[in-house]
Design a protein around this ligand. Structure first.
Ligand code: UFG
Length: 343
C-alpha cells in the first residue's frame, strides 16, 4: 500500500508520514525542500523505525512530475501538501503563489490520471469560509471571496479537483484544516518556520526561548469575550491521523461521493489570550507580549463544526489546548538544543 506524500518533510506532511508508517503504509515523499530539510526523513525514521523514500524535486516541473508518476504506477493514493502557505507573502507575490500552488496541483492530478492512480487527498483550509455568517462553521457554509491570493489558491484548487473528478476516475477528499499547532510527542519533528513566524504558536515559543523580543497580540477590540480573536486550534497529530483515515476510506471504497469535503477542527474556539494563558500555565513562564492593532485580513472568530467528520470519518480530535501548547514548547526547546550555538 504505497502512498505519495507531497510536501512530506513539511510541518503537517511529516506528522502525516509518521502516522501513515505507523498504520503500515509504505510512503514516498516528494519535496523540493524549499521550506523544510532532508533531515526530517531521518527524524521520521527515528520515530517509526522506517525511513521513507525521499525524492527532491519541484512539482511545478511538469517533466519531472510526469516521470515520477511513470516510475510509481503502483501508488494507491496521493496526499498533496506541497504548497506555499504564507498569507502575507501571497499578497506581495500573487503570481508566485498562483503558479506554484496551482501548477503543482495540476501536474500531480495529470500524473495520477495518466497512470490510473485514483485516490487523492488535498490539503485545504478553513480560510475558504472567510468570516462565516454562522458559527460553528460546517462544510455547507458558503465559500466567501478569498482574503488573500493564498486563500484563493485553496478555493481554485478545490474547483480544479472537483472539475477533474467529474470527468475522470479520480476520487478526492479535501480536508479543510482549522489552525494546526503543536508537535509530535517525541519532539523530533515540529513546525519550523522560515524566518520570522507569521503564526501565533511559533511566535510564542520563539519569544519564550529568546529569539523574538515580544509577541504582538493583534487586536483586543474584537467582539469576543476578552476582545482577542478566536480560532479553532487543532493538534497536528490529530490532524495527521485524519489523513490516514481519509486514505483508508478511499481505498476501502467507503466514499459516499467522488469528491468529499471535511472540516478538521476540534469544535472549540480559543482566543489569543486563552493560548497565551495556556502557555504560561503549562510552562510556568511569563510571556513578554503587548497588545497592538489588528492585523489586516484577520477574521474575528472562526471555529469548526466537526460533527460531519466525526460521524463520517469516525475520527475525532483528542488533544486539548494545554497538550497542544506544551508539545509545541517541548519541540522548540529540543530543536534549539540540537542546533549549533549562534555566533
Ligand atoms: N496572532 C497574534 N500575534 C502573532 C501571530 C498571530 O496575535 O504574532 C493572532 C492572529 O491575529 C490570529 C491568531 O493569532 O487572531 C491566529 O493567527 P495565525 O497566524 O496563527 O493563524 P491564522 O488564523 O491567521 O491563519 C491560519 C493559517 C492560514 C490560514 C488561516 C485561515 O496559518 O494558513 O488560518 O483562517 F489561511
Amino acid at each position: 500500500m504505497k502512498i505519495l506524500v507531497t510536501g512530506g518533510t513539511g510541518y503537517i506532511g511529516s506528522h502525516t508520514v509518521v502516522e501513515l508508517l505507523n498504520a503500515g503504509f509504505e510512503v514516498v515523499i516528494v519535496d523540493d525542500l524549499s521550506n523544510s530539510k532532508a533531515d526530517i526523513a531521518i527524524a521520521i525514521e527515528r520515530i517509526t523505525g522506517t525511513k521513507p523514500l525521499l525524492e527532491v524535486f519541484d512539482l511545478t516541473d511538469k517533466v519531472k512530475t510526469a516521470d515520477f508518476f511513470k516510475r510509481h504506477r503502483d501508488l494507491k493514493g496521493v496526499i498533496h501538501f506541497a504548497a506555499k502557505k504564507a498569507v502575507g507573502e501571497s499578497v506581495e507575490k500573487p503570481l508566485l503563489y498562483y503558479r506554484n500552488n496551482l501548477e503543482s496541483l495540476m501536474n500531480v492530478l495529470e500524473g495520477m490520471v495518466d497512470n490510473n492512480i485514483r485516490n487523492f487527498v488535498f490539503s485545504s483550509s478553513c480560510t475558504v469560509y472567510g468570516q462565516p455568517d454562522e458559527l460553528p462553521v460546517s462544510e455547507s457554509a458558503p465559500i466567501k471571496k478569498a482574503e488573500s491570493p493564498y486563500g484563493n489558491t485553496k478555493q481554485i484548487s478545490e474547483e480544479i479537483i472537483y472539475d477533474t473528478v467529474k470527468v475522470t476516475d479520480l476520487k478526492a477528499i479535501a480536508l479543510r484544516y482549522f489552525n494546526p499547532i503543536g508537535a509530535h510527542e517525541s519532539a523530533l519533528i515540529g513546525e519550523l518556520p522560515l524566518g520570522v513566524p507569521d503564526n501565533l504558536l511559533p511566535y510564542i515559543t520563539q519569544t519564550a526561548i529568546g529569539i523574538r523580543k515580544k509577541l504582538r497580540v493583534f487586536g483586543d477590540d474584537y467582539n469576543t469575550p476578552d476582545g482577542t480573536a478566536i480560532r479553532d486550534y487543532i493538534h497536528v497529530v490529530d490532524l495527521a491521523k485524519a489523513h490516514v483515515v481519509a486514505v483508508q476510506r478511499m481505498i476501502e471504497g467507503k466514499m459516499k461521493k467522488d469528491f468529499e469535503v471535511f472540516n478538521l477542527g476540534t469544535g472549540n474556539g480559543y482566543s489569543v489570550m486563552d493560548v497565551i494563558k495556556s502557555f504560561e500555565k503549562v510552562t510556568g513562564l511569563k510571556l513578554n507580549y503587548e497588545i497592538v492593532g489588528r492585523r489586516e485580513g484577520d477574521v474575528e472568530q472562526v471555529w469548526a463544526d466537526p460533527s460531519f467528520s466525526n460521524k463520517e470519518l469516525g475520527w475525532k480530535a483528542e488533544k486539548g489546548l494545554d497538550e497542544m501548547v506544551s508539545s509545541a514548547w517541548r519541540w522548540e526547546k529540543a530543536y534549539r538544543g540540537s542546533q549549533p550555538p549562534q555566533p
